[in-house]
Design a protein around this ligand. Structure first.
Ligand SMILES: Nc1nc2c(c(=O)[nH]1)N[C@H]1C(S)=C(S)[C@@H](COP(=O)(O)O)O[C@H]1N2
Ligand SMILES: [Mo]
Length: 415
């Protein structure tokens, strides 16, 4: 619909483009000296945007996929635009998606959650039943174990969105799984397991040790204050803090208490780690400490000359809090300690900044995270000593961006 207001907005755009051209020449800045259209005409009414989307100038801040990575977009992955975000919370609309048989549409009315197996009373909950249990709020990161998995044999994808974008960080509202297990009278010995599966065709079944199930696992129905988006498991998903994304079962439909791990596809042929000696390591659930510089990075070149600059990035650990992040400009020879945007939440993304000066010379930028256990993020060479070059999952190595005199950044490896 072309209303007068839309037409005027178009006109304002043209004037803005011209003004920008003039502003770059010497002389008075018309953006300061002249009355602008947006101050002369009224803006959009409250009836025009019942649910807001990003302004059109930000439409390139979107999830993107790498077509050659997977055979079909139904069993595939896309990546969070972490280069363009700041702070720590990932908006659901651009948070990466990973599904094995597509995102399904399951209504609250049709939703059922079964608990069975080694329990006194097998139960089936409706969505309304779940809303009557005590709930909690926690911010956690969810990282696919395959994040950075393409980089084992060398620098591969030239964008932080693709090398590190299989991660999101949201505030979840959910019921401690412990409470639902109690309700069903589950046996809770430490040697028991819960097997969790989703309602989608893939089911994505995973075995979780009882100790973790009773600790901090949530049965979540809200993220960042609103209902989960379809692609993140609406109406209910499992949140398994600090552990690999594959265990965060979406469209959660069944929880079975078992006396042994099921050894499903997702925990044998997938999500195990091939080692240097060719054997595969299993049960690598926790995501070790990791960090990456999001700006500058290949999608975020430096667009100013020498002088003050902000280097920024993200750090996280499945073992708890991030306590320190160091930044190197010379490929790891010397390090400076970065400032944390705020004290890190446990098992959640932490933002770091290095407020520094750029001398206009090339840099080899790296970041290195440390967590509350004292663990230090390893170099790729250190990881390869045990993992070789043929692994896929759990690559938490230090990332290097080579920045040239023009401020252009590139994914490289230093040895
Ligand atoms: N039911 C179901 N749950 C699932 C999956 C799936 O395909 N089906 N994919 C898993 C994988 S591999 C990851 S990394 C996370 C991704 O969660 P997201 O799509 O919300 O980013 O969901 C996990 N849970
Ligand atoms: Mo995953």
């Amino acid at each position: 619909m072309t209303t007068r207001r839309n037409f005027l907005r178009g006109a304002a755009m043209g004037a803005g483009a011209l003004a920008a051209g003039k502003a770059s020449a010497a002389g008075p800045d018309p953006l300061i000296t002249e009355l602008q259209d947006w101050a002369s005409f009224t803006g959009a009414g409250v009836d025009e945007t019942p649910y807001g989307l990003p302004i059109r100038f930000e439409t390139d801040v979107i999830r993107r996929n790498v077509e050659w990575l997977t055979a079909s977009p139904i069993s595939s992955i896309n990546f969070t635009p972490i280069h363009a975000l700041d702070g720590t919370i990932t908006p659901q609309g651009c948070a990466f998606e990973r599904h094995h048989s597509g995102a399904i549409e399951l209504s609250k009315q049709d939703y059922r959650l079964m608990i069975n197996g080694l329990v006194d009373k097998p139960l089936v909950f409706t969505y309304a039943d779940l809303e009557r249990f005590p709930r909690e709020n926690h911010v956690y990161f969810c990282e696919c174990a395959a994040n950075t998995g393409m980089e084992w044999a060398g620098a591969q994808l030239n964008a932080v969105q693709y090398t590190h974008g299989m991660i999101h960080n949201m505030e979840y509202t959910g019921i401690p799984l412990r409470l639902l297990l109690q309700e069903a009278g589950a046996q809770m010995d430490d040697n028991l397991w819960v097997y969790v599966e989703g309602a989608d065709a893939s089911s994505n079944g995973r075995s979780i040790p009882m100790a973790k199930a009773l600790d901090d696992v949530l049965v979540a129905f809200k993220a960042n204050g609103e209902a989960l988006r379809m692609e993140h498991g609406y109406p209910v998903r499992l949140v398994v803090p600090g552990w690999e994304g594959n265990m965060w079962v979406k469209w959660l439909r069944r929880i079975e208490v078992t006396d042994a791990a099921v050894e499903s596809r997702e925990e044998t042929s997938k999500y195990t780690d091939v080692l240097e000696d060719g054997t595969a390591r299993k049960w690598t659930w926790v995501m070790d400490a990791k960090s990456v510089i999001t700006s500058p990075s290949p999608q975020m070149p430096i667009e100013h000359g020498p002088g003050p600059m902000v280097i920024s990035g993200l750090a996280w650990s499945g073992h708890g809090q991030i306590t320190r992040v160091d930044v190197s400009k010379d490929g790891g020879m010397t390090w400076e300690t970065a400032r944390l945007g705020k004290q890190g939440d446990s098992k959640a993304l932490t933002r770091f900044y290095l407020d520094t000066q750029w001398d206009g010379k090339p840099m080899l930028l790296q970041s290195r995270a440390m967590d509350e256990t004292g663990y230090v993020q390893p170099t790729k060479a250190q990881l390869r000593e045990t993992r070789g070059e043929n692994s896929v999952y759990h690559n938490n190595c230090i990332q290097t961006w080579a920045v040239n005199e023009q401020g252009v950044a590139e994914n490289v490896e230093v040895s």
